[in-house]
Design a protein around this ligand. Sequence first.
Ligand code: HEC
Length: 94
Amino acid sequence: MRSLAILSVGILVVLGVAVAASSSEETSPAAATDGGELVESRCTACHTLDRVWAKAYTAEEWADVVDRMIGYGAELDESERAAVLDELVLEESD
Ligand code: HEC
C-alpha cells in the first residue's frame, strides 16, 4: 500500500512537471518577445520612456518611428520589432 501511495505521488509529480513544462513552452516564446519589456529595455538606450510615450501615434506612424529608431541603432530583430509595435499601438489605444 505504501509503495502504491509513493507511486501515485510520483505520478502526480510527473504530471505536474509535464503540465508546467507544456504551459511554459506556450508562454516562453511570447515572453522572449514581450513587447512591454522590449520597449523598456531597448527603447531607453538613447532616451527615456517619457519620450516614447510623449505622443499618440497610429500604427503606421509607430512603424515609421520604430524604423527610424532602428536606423539610429535600436537593437530589434524582425520579431522584436513586431512585438514592440504591438505594444506601442496597444498602449496608445488605452
Ligand atoms: C540608438 C538610439 C535610440 C534608440 C535605441 C531609440 N531611440 Fe527613439 N529617439 C532617438 C533619437 C536620437 C531621437 C530624437 C530624433 C528624432 O526624433 O528622430 C528619438 C526620438 C524618439 C521619439 C520622439 C520622436 C517622434 O517622432 O515622436 C520617439 C516616440 C521615440 N524615439 C521612440 C523610440 C522607441 C519606441 C524606441 C524603441 C523601439 C526608441 N525610440 C529607441 C534615438 C533612439
